[in-house]
Write a protein that binds this ligand. Sequence first.
Ligand code: PRP
Length: 206
Amino acid sequence: MLTIALPKGRIADETLEIFEKTFDTKFVFEDRKLILDTGDFRFLLVRNQDVPAYVLNQAADIGVVGLDVLMEKEMDLMKLMDLGIGKCKVCVGMRDEDELDLNSPLIVVATKMENIAKNYFASKAMAVKIIKLYGSIELAPIVGLSDAIVDIVETGDTMRQNGLKIVDTIMESSAHLIANKNSFIANKEEILTLYKRINDTIKEIN
Ligand code: PRP
């Protein structure tokens, strides 16, 4: 039996749809239940940012997680495949009237993605002060908490409606299937079979 960690919300629903199409079976969590046991699989519902920890510590063999979260966590996990769902970008945002000044001595950046932000500004040889936030990131530059933000942009509505613009795109993200390295070795055939079947489903969908 393979244990699969799914991030709560839309990605979990879309991933379960992919599994349903692949196995021609219904995979539905009951009301508030966080575990779904069905046939050869056990699905776990966890927070998006927690998926890598479940997989790294082998509480789950495989997981589904955004590439952005994977990059942020910098954990030693196997990336198996791009599921092509949950597409978004990680962007640097500023107020409409501001510009990114690469010569500025210090830029203050609000973000929940500290590592991605640090690496980006290091690559630009800019000194950065990171203010770690847990949500509503777009508020920070408006009220003077930061000069810029590094955040997820999906439709762009949140930035637009708060008078912010994208000044650079750091990375494109989508949900990826990941595996624990030891689980992969121990369950190689099962995981590779799953990989092939899901890959076929994805090809069919697109
Ligand atoms: C994410 C992200 C942006 C928003 C972007 O926030 O941090 O705020 O979605 O989406 P959009 O481009 O379609 O407007 P989330 O909904 O995860 O809430 P949070 O502020 O609590 O992180």
